[in-house]
Design a protein around this ligand. Sequence first.
Ligand SMILES: [Zn+2]
Ligand SMILES: [Zn+2]
Length: 153
Amino acid sequence: MADELNFAIEIPCDGDGFVLLQCSQCGELFKLRPDDCESDEVAEICCPSCGIASDSYVTDDVLEFAMAVAKNEAFSVLRKEMKELERKTKGRAVSFKAGNFPKPDDVPVLQPSIDTLAVATCTHCRRQMKVSLLLSMSVFVCPLCGVSNFNDR
Ligand SMILES: [Zn+2]
Ligand SMILES: [Zn+2]
């Protein structure tokens, strides 16, 4: 049996290519482009609302999704092993029958878009992000360069 389970979880982008992130400090939701998140020029990502850089911006939805995928993945590997054992022991004095495994959980549907977020462009680094309407109309910290953007419209 393999010691490790390797599988990738794809976090869906919205129609504009943004992924949803959530600040673990204040719970603020915002969106960034994956390219910008992974860019070498971006030292750390900070929250547009509280300005604090967190270790993790994974939303609860994504976490739940990842857990469900991991569980199903583990079950399917186990089920394969059991079937193999069943096949190998068939007709022997001691045989093994794989019982019924619990059905895989329904993987929750990830909602990539939250419509209350508005596209904002940082006046400093010119990168685009999506922040809550409230922030975009007042002041937000650019998650990518850390400069505060004031809306002076
Ligand atoms: Zn925050
Ligand atoms: Zn910026």
